[in-house]
Design a protein around this ligand. Sequence first.
Ligand SMILES: *Cc1c(COP(=O)(O)O)cnc(C)c1O
Length: 379
Amino acid sequence: MRKYMHFISYGCQSIDEEDIQTVIDTLRSPFLTQGPKVAEFEQVIANFVGAKYAVAFCNGTAALHGACYAAEVGEGDEVITSPITFVASANCVRYVGGTVVFADIDPVTYNINPAQIQANITEKTKAIIPVDFTGQPADMDEIMSIAKEHNLVVIEDGAHSLGAEYKGSKVGIQADMTMFSFHPVKPITTAEGGVIVTNNKEYYKKLRKFRSHGIEQTSYAKEQGDWYYEMTELGYNYRMTDLQAALGLSQMKKLDQFIERRREVAELYTEKLKIMEGVITPQLLENTASGWHLYMIQLEKGNRKQIFEKMRAANIGVHVHYIPVYWHPYYQKLGYEKGLCPEAESWYEKALTLPIHPQISNEEIMFVIDKLNSFVNTN
Ligand SMILES: *Cc1c(COP(=O)(O)O)cnc(C)c1O
């Protein structure tokens, strides 16, 4: 069988000489962490999405932990999220002692189904964490109206969706707080990194405190003397460094370009795959523009494992995103049972991630399509 000349990975960072030089310049500056770059990066992100505030964190998971803290999720509170996501969307609820409630997905968009959110609301529900899975915004108008009716906080997990659009606006202003991740495979990278954007000043203040040990500079403290500060709550050291922020600033200049290429790749896949028997291509909600973090297809003939293995053997870095979160042993031990979200589970059995990232070439994509075509109907 013909293999591609190199491994085609499913996702990959795009780092150029300008990115490298920016980090080197910061290494030579007086500040390695907590210098001017973090604040500058926060401003650029806030401006980009149109939010008032941004608080950068050392990674997206820490940012989600901060958001759960700011929303005052705690012991006895329930938080509703999607089972088809990376484990961090649920784990952040556990960090603050809350209970995760999984609401099933919409089989068309693969995102959390608002009707299923509604069906899972109880007196203990405190928050909702919708995930913009694959870069497609969740059904935010519906979700925000449910939240309003029941007085819930909405924390959008936008790890996949920086630059995506919902009804003409950038993702990041629809929810009470929105998280973006800057892990290498995400829309832009700072190696590790994350941010919360919000229009709410109270959340903003809590997030900043939480990120840095629970310490604050009060006017009262200042009267005590310049050395004096007070720790008023138990926070963490979740700070982003200036090295990461410098890389992020340089990457932000290229975000539009990255997304444009991702959209071209997605279009090419959809054009060729929508006519392929046994393959279901992704569909977008009206009035949304995906950032195409992932390109996911469904294989209808029960042959996902065979096709996955053949594709890998041909040097194609297919993947599967994600194993339903509550299938993991940690959640099983907490008492979640298989069968809980039937749509999510049936979707998972058929799902396959095809390679997509800004640097992938048309030749690579055509190889992926060609191989898929030859494997799909010969099992
Ligand atoms: C990557 C990711 C996270 C966590 O972000 P990190 O920066 O890796 O901690 C959370 N949710 C989803 C959906 C992700 O893909």
